[in-house]
Design a protein around this ligand. Structure first.
Ligand code: NAD
Ligand code: ZN
Length: 360
């Protein structure tokens, strides 16, 4: 038996208003005046002077605003890398990702592809990255995915939706400032927050569970219950707690695995472009048979916050389309094995998955 040796984020700042410290954190990391810092920022912050004015651009530093309407694509990473290399006099000093999971994943992928030849799709998989990435910093503006701690960056490529899982993927520095999350719309807050809740349920009920994952998973689950079911938290407390829940939920799956909701949600996302947070919610809502207690509590949370999930997503799909989703979902073998054990293939058949997708 050989145990996995995982890297973790080596530096983290936590605190309301800590985003102000970004400039002093970056200053010593500047390689020289020709080696810029490149900021990849969710375009929801375009024109937001409160946030943008806190960033000191010097020398050749650049901000690139990026839409998070769609999940990151391998081709998008390649285009960004080409643009950054062409327009920079020297290899950049660092990449700073500011946004949700979409921007954090793009920042990780870009920092890897700057030092590794070829295209992003060449590195989708496990431990295919050869060279260390350039310095990269993650600053979440919405909480739940755990992308700020994870060793993956999930990309949709021409062939598959799969992460670049590597020891070089995690951020060198993370800044957790809950103030950046204060204007997240309620629906999106719920969807991305539920990603964290579902990480906990899938990790804690999985066959891969161990004391490492369990301790982080329990902490994150307890925080989610406070945030989404209780009334006594202030907005600031709730935002800070969700930031830590996301972190711990991410730590929990680092040493275990996600499960049925994630496998099926990848199928929806690949075929229909359904985004991760809402896709997980749509799937999880129908998974009582796998996660009875988890789904019961999920429904309470949904009702408490008046969340109406889209229905009938798969109503008009043909057999070919079902087959595409089923193929994507079934290819995620470790997720099924974690959820149901080594003999998962006895219960999870294409027919079974079709009947589940038909409810969604
Ligand atoms: P997101 O980045 O897709 O953003 C969702 C929406 O919220 C966008 O419209 C965005 O503009 C908006 N938004 C973000 N911050 C805001 C703010 N402060 N105020 C107002 N609006 C704001 O959301 P997400 O759910 O964090 O990320 C989903 C992505 O994360 C998916 O691409 C998924 O594959 C990825 N993911 C990665 C990992 C990982 O470990 N790498 C884990 C889970 C999910
Ligand atoms: Zn997730």
């Amino acid at each position: 038996m050989s145990y996995k040796n995982f890297p973790m984020v080596p530096r983290v700042i936590f605190g309301r208003g800590s985003f102000q410290q970004l400039n002093e954190v970056l200053a010593p990391k500047r390689l020289n005046v020709k080696a810029p810092f490149i900021y990849l920022i969710d375009d929801v912050f375009k024109g937001n002077t409160w946030l943008i004015s806190r960033i000191n651009l010097s020398y050749e530093d650049r901000i690139i605003f990026i839409s998070a309407k769609e999940e990151p694509k391998t081709e998008q990473v390649d285009t960004l890398v080409e643009d950054i290399i062409l327009k920079s006099k020297e290899r950049p000093s660092g990449i700073i990702g500011i946004g949700g999971g979409t921007l954090l994943d793009l920042a990780k992928a870009v920092s890897i592809l700057i030092t590794n030849n070829g295209n992003a799709e060449d590195y989708q998989g496990w431990d295919l990255v050869k060279n260390q990435a350039i310095y990269h910093v993650g600053i979440p503006t919405i909480s739940g995915t755990g992308a700020e701690v994870s060793r993956t960056t999930v990309l949709t490529g021409p062939e598959k939706k799969l992460g670049i899982n590597s020891d070089f993927t995690p951020f060198d520095q993370v800044i957790l400032d809950s103030e950046l999350t204060k204007d997240v719309p309620v629906d999106q807050w719920f969807y991305t927050g539920m990603d964290c809740y579902i990480h906990c349920i899938e990790s804690l009920t999985g066959t891969y569970l161990n004391a490492f994952s369990e301790s982080y998973g329990n902490m994150a689950l307890e925080l989610c219950k406070q945030i989404f079911l209780e009334d006594n938290l202030s907005n600031v407390e709730s935002q800070e707690k969700l930031m830590m829940a996301s972190w711990h939920g991410g730590m929990s799956i680092v040493y275990s695995q996600v499960g049925v909701a994630h496998a099926m949600s990848y199928g929806l996302s690949y075929l229909l472009g359904t985004k991760h947070g809402i896709g997980n919610c749509i799937v999880f809502d129908h998974l009582e048979e796998f996660y009875p207690e988890g789904v019961k509590v999920f429904k309470q949370m949904k009702a408490k916050h008046n969340i109406i999930l889209p229905q009938g997503l798969c109503a008009d799909l043909g057999d070919n389309e079902f087959n595409i989703m089923i193929k994507v979902a079934l290819s995620l073998e470790p997720l099924w094995e974690n959820a149901l054990g080594k003999s998962w293939k006895n219960t999870i058949t294409p027919k079974k998955l079709k009947s589940l997708y038909q409810k969604m």
